[in-house]
Design a protein around this ligand. Structure first.
Ligand code: SF4
Length: 700
């Protein structure tokens, strides 16, 4: 390979640059209003992606690709559930070849949905698949990198030599894709970066971006542009930063390829949904994303309804007055809000930095973990057991409460007085007028409106909460606010793009130099599975979701997006139709997914695919049943040894399928028990955790 080819990697053909209006250093059109970032349109069969096309829904089969009937039937279930693309793993040539039979049978049954071949390690399988399916996915961390390098430092010449070696392996695939009109996803995974990238950048968002950019540049050197890019991680924080950095990097190099959004190894149930929504939803709120794949350790047809629900909100929103994209071009700066793309030097969308606030008399703010508030005012306040759903387990025999790991910090009682004594460490919030009438104010704190607070004579020296909106900051009342360290804001919104509205509030606080702690409050009203508040209707075709699931998804999007940006000292979710227990677990789930408050074990489990060596759903439940009390521990559960260890990312322990009925256990990234019988594997895992001193008995 001549050096001039390496120079070609830096030659970029101009692409739709009239659609790219971002200024350097920016990653989205606006931080404070909804504006979809318009990307290049890429043809994928007869379902194009990017441009002004709808945000596409997709998922991946979990069957053995050699089992044609099972794969065809599962694909049909996924398509019926709403998938617009179906991805199928092709670990070797024989599976790649069988994609032709799968495609033929789907077409015979009338399904024209584009198929995507998922490739790891095997260029020859990719080259076969690219002639059959509409799109191939390659992982730049392991394409043509069969061995694990031990080399920690690369000279510039060695680094370039590696790129040239990869180019030789990769160029044939690109040429086939060009010839057959096949699209390609360059899909970077946080957990499987090459040693070359690791040596220069570590496992950072920047390393993830550069990993993809190397492959994109090679494609462009070959005049191939049918690309879609992804930056997945099981950590939503890392995933969001990587996608944002990717967009900024692409734009600076004159590119605008469509984005495939996903959180890897998100797990199952509520945790999987919340984690996915924090990552995917945050980026959708930023106006980024052209296709979504939600990865759950569940049947693949369960994923599409979740993805549809996440995306549907923006379809509705884009029809609204706040749409800022016209004919593929972002409107002029002057038409956007004055807080468009905040210029503050202390705010970076590419790294986590919690907003600095004062410690409000040890109740909230400062270095304290974000607090959880729930509304108890509509509950039966004659029964102490009502607090079970708030994490205070009432024992009638002893007439006392036991705190759980997820015990809320504040309950809002409005103007209702409970007829029982609340636990001593649970703070009660009352409307100011009612609070004034309380004979015993121990543990009780007032909630004011903005005007009430200004005129109030009876504030406390301990904790005063003031409800307000972003718009209130611009009023005369706000200018009259008396500030001291007892003051905490409760930030509300009724804006259609509520997250951005609330984000603009934090920017205003910073401009004013105010470090008042803020509880972010969101209100949701659900009716028959639809979010009926404001102008947003959510009843996705392809599968209605229960109100509780919608709450998990939307609250995780709206509050998670702010927490990922470091905003919020507390959260308050109000949803009258949803059981209190769901609101409590959703609140703590969002804090866990954003890693701002850890209250339970974290499971990083893969969604399974044709490589999977055991029943992931059953195994995950089994492991969860014995380890769910190990607060703060991260356990990876991976279906195969080929990709699993790399994709567990920062798990403390790993349970990885390594053969039929065989499991390999990991401590961090080190395999410590290899190929043990799956019958004993869970006991062995627990033994390992005990040996490390990380085990606690349940109930202690
Ligand atoms: S880790 Fe899981 S999803 Fe990934 S390739 Fe292996 S079995 Fe498939």
């Amino acid at each position: 390979m001549a050096n001039d080819n390496s120079q070609q990697f830096r030659i970029f053909a101009p692409m739709n640059t009239d659609a790219i209006k971002l200024l350097p250093g920016r990653y989205c059109n606006s931080l404070t209003t909804y504006s979809r970032f318009v990307t290049r349109e890429v043809a994928i069969g007869d379902v194009p992606m990017g441009g002004n096309n709808p945000i596409r829904i997709q998922s991946m089969t979990t069957t053995d690709t050699m089992d044609t009937i099972a794969t065809v039937e599962q694909s049909i279930r996924m398509i019926e559930a709403g998938c617009e693309y179906v991805r199928i793993t092709a670990p070797s040539i024989k599976e790649a070849q069988n994609l032709a039979e799968i495609k033929k049978q789907l077409r015979q049954r009338g399904y024209t949905t584009p198929l995507v071949a998922d490739i790891h390690f095997t260029p020859n399988a990719a080259e076969v698949a690219a002639r059959i399916v509409e799109k191939v996915r390659v992982n730049p961390g392991n394409y043509a990198d069969k061995k694990k390098f031990d080399q920690l430092d690369y000279t510039d010449a060695q680094y370039q030599g590696e790129l040239e070696r990869i180019y030789q392996k990769f160029a044939p695939l690109v040429k086939i894709c060009k010839e057959y009109g096949t699209a390609m996803r360059i899909g970077t995974n946080h957990g499987s970066l090459s040693d070359r990238i690791m040596s220069r950048y570590g496992d950072t968002p920047q390393g993830m971006v550069e990993s993809a950019m190397e492959f994109i540049r090679m494609c462009e050197a070959l005049n191939y542009y049918s690309l879609v890019i992804s930056m997945k991680s099981s950590n939503p924080q890392v995933m969001v930063q990587a996608y944002r950095l990717l967009v900024e990097t692409m734009v600076s190099e004159g590119m605008n390829y469509p984005l495939h959004l996903g959180v890897t190894e998100a797990g199952d149930g509520e945790d999987g949904r919340i984690k996915s929504a924090v990552g995917i939803g945050t980026l959708l709120e930023d106006g980024l994303g052209d296709t979504v794949r939600v990865s759950l350790t569940e049947e693949p047809e369960a994923e599409a309804p979740v993805a549809i629900a996440l995306v549907k909100r923006y379809v509705e929103r884009a029809k609204g007055e706040r749409l800022k994209v016209k004919a593929g071009v972002a409107e002029d700066e002057k038409n956007l809000s004055p807080f468009t793309f905040h210029p503050s030097p202390s705010y970076s969308p590419y790294e986590y930095k919690r907003r600095s606030t004062y410690d409000a008399n040890a109740f909230i703010g400062g270095h304290m973990v974000p607090r959880v508030v729930i509304d108890l005012s509509r509950q039966n306040l004659k029964d102490p057991a009502v607090l079970n759903d708030a994490g205070y387990l009432y024992s009638p025999l002893l007439d006392k409460y036991n705190m759980a790991e997820q015990s809320v910090d504040f309950v809002y009682l409005a103007d209702q007085l409970p007829s029982f004594t609340l636990p001593g460490n649970l703070k009660q919030l009352y409307n100011y007028s009612t609070w004034q009438t309380l004979a015993d104010k121990t543990n009780c704190h007032p909630v004011f409106t903005l005007s009430e607070y200004i005129g109030a004579t009876g504030r406390t020296s301990a904790l005063n909460m003031v409800r307000l909106t972003s718009a209130d900051v611009d009023t005369e009342d706000f200018a009259l606010l008396p500030f001291d360290k007892s003051l905490v804001f409760i930030l509300e919104t009724s804006a259609p793009h509520g997250m951005a509205d609330q984000r603009s509030f934090f920017f205003k606080m910073e401009e004013l130099g105010l470090d008042v702690p803020v509880i972010v409050k969101r209100d949701y009203s659900f009716n028959s599975g639809s979010e009926s508040s404001k102008n947003v209707k959510v009843s996705p075709t392809g599968g209605d979701l229960e109100g509780a699931t919608n709450l998990q998804l939307y609250a995780a999007t709206d509050l998670g997006a702010l927490l990922v940006d470091g905003f919020g000292d507390g959260i308050w979710i109000d949803a009258p139709e949803i059981p209190l227990s769901v609101i409590t677990s959703t609140s703590f789930g969002i804090l866990q997914a954003t890693r701002s408050r850890i209250s339970k074990t974290e499971y990083i489990s893969c969604p399974s695919c044709g490589r999977t060596l055991f029943d992931l759903m059953v195994t995950t439940q089994m492991i969860r049943s014995r380890t769910s009390h190990l607060k703060g521990l991260k356990i990876g559960i991976m279906g195969c040894i080929v990709n699993g260890p790399g994709e567990m990312a920062d798990a403390d322990y790993g349970y990885v399928g390594s053969g039929t009925d065989k499991v390999t256990l990991y401590r961090g990234k080190e395999a410590v028990k290899k190929n043990i019988s799956s019958a004993n594997a869970l006991d062995e895992l627990i033994g390992l955790i005990k040996d490390d001193g990380n085990w606690i008995e349940q109930g202690t």
